[in-house]
Write a protein of this length. Structure first.
Length: 114
């Protein structure tokens, strides 16, 4: 067993993790918290990227939806609350399906022709 005092700023941590041996680490609580948050955030980012790659559906932000439909933020919120336009949440971020937006545009276009 190896005993090492490691600062999270050192590149030794990655080496220790990859080594696979038994090592006793002394880490400050702040450094441990930062390492955990960094790992969680990186994993979250990778998952979001993977979902976006695998999802053939184009997803839009609320701002993009507002611009495409020429609606206010309040209208978008009301539509969401009423179930008219339901978002998808990925990693805490709200996105809307482009196909849903196109359906709304086609429906409104059909109503204007009548």
């Amino acid at each position: 067993m190896t005993i090492k005092k490691v600062s999270m700023k050192d590149s030794l941590l990655q080496e220790i993790l990859e080594d696979g041996g038994t090592t006793l680490l002394v880490i400050r609580a702040d450094d441990l918290k930062k390492a955990i948050l960094d790992t969680v955030n990186e994993t979250k980012r990778q998952l979001e990227d993977e979902v976006a790659k695998n999802n053939s559906e184009t997803l839009l932000t609320g701002q993009q939806v507002q611009e495409r439909l020429n609606i206010s933020r309040t209208t978008l919120w009301n539509w969401r609350k009423d179930g008219y336009l339901l978002p998808i949440e990925i990693g805490g971020k709200v996105r809307y399906k482009l196909s849903d937006i196109n359906t709304i545009l086609q429906t409104n276009s059909s109503k204007k022709k009548q």
